[in-house]
Design a protein. Structure first.
Length: 414
């Protein structure tokens, strides 16, 4: 009897969900999905050497326009995300590190979408996506309808949050702007303890990878400790992909997928040495893809134009016919989504200022398709940069081997 009640409750929920969708605004909706600390080439569609890491993202790519030369500006979380949704470089938006900015004097995407009549909701990374508080989102989806906090590593919770956001918008007969920020594969990785040991984990991905099958990226070194940490990382990538699947399922159930623009990206590269908290290629290369029903060609690839995070807000404003505020640094690439071309899309500017804790190590970079120029004004051969990766098993192993291996010592001293 209990199982019958559960089934009936589920069917009633689906019926009400569909009814809300039918009465919802006919305007184009926006669903942005981000993953945390994921290198672009961790995904199958971006050339991952480990099979089956991302079936749901790969399917989304087959329905989208995919950019092979998209970059974020910054290699760490909060500054990177604030560039995306302000349309301004860190030195102009004020979020150079991990802190809020009082009275910034400019609107962000959330404000502009609200002013245009959209219902705005966010899941996870709220402070990282908004430069000031109190936050102006209509709804924080970290809290479920029953008042409980959703776990950031639970893939199912991201689908539930998406349903909640769509339903809330429908109740107000407004189009929605949802920013769903998946916590994986940010540390802690799946089943990894703080010293690299394997620990129990309640949220098991649909596939768990082993150390024996994980490939080593070219910027790391071949060692059993590295293989093990990468197995935890790639299992977390798969769990993030599970969350993407849940989000897209919720969108399909709403019957609004055909009038919802879906944007997918990562905030920066994997949280291991030479990726996160740097400006190298793997630090900033983001797996950007956009599905705009009736506009973007399914399965299409743009491998000609370089776009970057500072361009995201002006692009979305153009798509949704919203006036640009003064002071944007980015440039809209909306014409590219329609199959057109743009000039002066052969380089991007990148910058880094400080990490959590306020340690300032400013860097600037210019990235082209073939070359990368990085300027480190503080580098004197003695100063050690504090990064977000020194607490990883891979870094500790590198420091240990540097005492006896010249090649690894060179890496460690970089």
């Amino acid at each position: 009897m209990l199982s019958t009640r559960i089934v009936l409750a589920f069917l009633l929920g689906q019926f009400l969900f569909s009814c809300i969708a039918v009465g919802q605004s006919q305007r184009l909706n926006l669903l942005i999905i981000t993953v945390d600390d994921m290198s672009a080439d961790s995904l199958g569609v971006f050339g991952c050497r480990l099979a089956d890491t991302s079936p749901h993202v790969d399917k989304l790519a087959s329905e989208s326009l995919r950019f092979t030369m998209a970059h974020v500006q910054v290699g760490n979380c909060m500054p990177s995300r604030n560039v995306m949704w302000s349309g301004r470089y860190p030195h102009n938006n004020g979020v150079e590190g991990f802190y809020q900015v009082r009275n910034p004097g400019y609107p962000v995407l959330c404000d502009l979408m609200k002013q245009a009549g959209y219902f705005t909701a966010i899941r996870h990374k709220v402070s990282h996506s908004t430069p000031y508080s109190p936050y102006q989102w209509d709804l924080n989806l970290d809290t479920a309808e029953n008042g409980r906090q959703r776990h950031t590593k639970d893939p199912v919770s991201y689908g539930d949050a998406t349903r909640q956001g769509i339903q809330a918008a429908g109740m107000q007969n407004k189009p929605f702007c949802l920013l769903i920020n998946i916590a994986d594969p940010h540390k802690p990785f799946f089943a990894e303890g703080n010293r690299g040991q394997t620990v129990p984990d309640e949220y098991v991905p649909s596939r768990v990878f082993t150390a024996e099958e994980t490939p080593i990226p070219g910027f790391l070194f071949d060692d059993p400790v590295v293989h093990k940490e990468l197995a935890h990382y790639y299992s977390s990538v798969r769990r993030a992909d599970d969350a993407v699947g849940q989000i897209l399922l919720a969108l399909e159930e709403s019957k609004l997928a055909d009038r919802t623009l879906v944007m997918f990206l990562s905030d920066h590269g994997m949280p291991l040495p030479f990726a996160k908290t740097q400006l190298y290629h793997h630090s900033t290369h983001t797996p950007l893809m956009i599905r705009w029903p009736g506009v973007t060609k399914p399965g299409s690839i743009d491998n000609r134009h370089m776009v970057s995070a500072v361009d995201f807000t002006p692009t979305l404003l153009d798509i949704f016919s919203i006036d640009h505020p003064a002071g944007l640094d980015g440039r809209s690439f909306a014409p590219l989504l329609k199959g057109q071309t743009q000039s002066d899309r052969d380089y991007v500017f990148k910058e880094y200022n400080e990490n959590a804790g306020g340690s300032r190590d400013p860097m600037r970079a210019v990235q082209t398709a073939e070359y990368l120029y990085i300027f480190n004004p503080w580098s004197n051969g003695e100063r050690v940069m504090a990064t977000a990766t020194t607490g990883t098993s891979t870094y500790r192993r590198m420091a240990e081997l540097a005492r006896v291996d010249d090649a690894i010592r060179f890496r460690h001293e970089l």
